[in-house]
Design a protein. Structure first.
Ligand code: IPE
Ligand code: IPE
Ligand code: MG
Length: 254
């Protein structure tokens, strides 16, 4: 059993302020293009907005923030853009760890890190170790992450660990091997940039997550926009399969 309840096996609590927010930070390229700037300028601006979002989450008491920074499909981009994104990642790790430390933020990077160059892998490991005892906010960066990869790597690790149970595995058996096993399932899932798709982010974990799609480009997703997303979330009725009437009865069974 995991430490957090599963939305398909129990009825989880639906917190007033989302305990875990997942974000697809999309629209950096279009933001730059609108300004006749190179795409990378949009990514640079995007990093600033990450800083702001982390601050907002700390203030609002959001416990977990998971950001999609680079998908397993983003390698298909022009080599130059990929390499600039990697440089930005390195720079952010070098510059931000101290600030995260000051604010009690624990950093994790989820995804298949084996494809990154050794220097980046080392920086990631160091940043994770340096912040490992922080608890104010769990910040996870999804890099070379894909939801399908995640489920598969979990299944493969489970197969090695418990071969005698093949054919009888349960959700609860698999969950500890998923890369977000340390976190509750996301309550709110934000995608900026106007696309209404999931692009292979956290597939397993979002079984009952509330979605918020906004046309706002990521570099313009400021605190006001963030509060709008939270307000939208607070309007939702999270039924987890039950009827609306059941929610109003305090005795509604699980
Ligand atoms: C998201 O912005 C950032 C990454 C994928 C790294 P995009 O770069 O996808 O921006 P658009 O979608 O082209 O505007
Ligand atoms: C999703 O954005 C990945 C990240 C934000 C890191 P993309 O811009 O790569 O998504 P698609 O290709 O439009 O679906
Ligand atoms: Mg995009």
């Amino acid at each position: 059993m995991g430490i957090f309840s599963s939305s398909t096996r129990e009825i989880p609590s639906a917190p007033e302020v989302p305990g875990h927010i997942a974000v697809i930070m999309d629209g950096n390229g279009r933001w730059a293009k609108k300004r006749f700037l190179p795409r990378v300028a949009g990514h640079v601006k995007g990093v600033e907005l990450v800083r702001e979002l982390v601050r907002a989450c700390l203030e609002r008491g959001v416990g977990y923030l998971t950001l999609f920074a680079f998908s397993s499909e983003n390698w298909r981009r022009p080599l130059e853009e990929v390499s600039l994104l990697m440089q930005l990642f390195v720079k952010a790790l070098e510059q931000e760890v101290e600030r995260l430390q000051r604010h009690g933020v624990r950093l994790r990077v989820i995804g298949d890190l084996s494809r990154f160059e050794p220097r980046l892998q080392t920086l990631i490991r160091q940043a994770e170790e340096a912040t490992a005892t922080n608890t104010a906010l769990h910040l996870s960066i999804a890099a070379n992450y894909g939801g399908r990869w995640d489920i598969l790597q979990a299944a493969n690790r489970l197969a090695v660990a418990e071969p005698e149970k093949i054919g009888q595995w349960t959700e609860a058996d698999l969950e500890p091997y998923l890369s977000m096993a340390f976190a509750p399932e996301p309550d709110l899932y934000i995608r900026t940039g106007g696309e209404m798709r999931v692009s292979n982010f956290l597939l397993w974990q979002m079984a009952y997550t509330e979605f918020y799609f906004t046309p706002t480009l990521w570099p313009e997703f400021d605190r006001v926009e963030f509060d709008r997303a939270i307000a939208s979330y607070q309007q939702r009725e999270r039924r987890f399969g039950r009827t609306s009437e059941q929610l109003k009865e305090p005795s509604s069974h699980a």
